[in-house]
Ligand binder design. Sequence first.
Ligand code: FES
Length: 149
Amino acid sequence: MNIQLDMKAAERRAPLIEKLHAIQEEEGYLPAERIAEVAAETGLSPAQVMGVATFYNHFHLRPPGKHTIKVCDGTACHVKGAGNLLERIQTELNIKPGESTEDGLFSLEVVACLGACSMAPAIVIDDTVHGRVTPKELRRILNSYRRRR
Ligand code: FES
C-alpha cells in the first residue's frame, strides 16, 4: 500500500516538475511570482510547490550569479579534499550549493565529475577549469573574478 501511495504521489509530482523545469529554462531560476502561478494552475499551495522546488538541488530560487562555480565531488576530487574546498567556498561566499551570492556575482553548484580527475580537486568557473585547488589558491581565484566587475 505504501508503494502504491508513493507511485501516486510521484505521478502527481511529475507534471509539476516539468513546469518548474520549463520556468527555470526560460528565466534561469524560479521567481516567486512564477511559483505562485504554478500553485494556482496545479491547485497546490505555494508552500507545496516550494517544497518540491527546494527538494531538488538543480532548481534555483534566486537569479544565477554572473559567474557559476562548479565544485567537483566525484571520487578523485572527493579523495583529494573536495569536501573541504566546498566548505571553504561556502564560508567565503556565504552561500550553499544551488544559491547565488547577495551581490549576484557567484552561483555555486556541486557536480559529479568535470572530466579533469588528474587535476583533482578541480572546480570550473564559467568555462575555465581550475585544478589542484588549494585554499590559498581558491582565494586568489575568487579575487580574480571579483576584480573583473
Ligand atoms: S572526479 Fe573531479 S574531475 Fe573527475
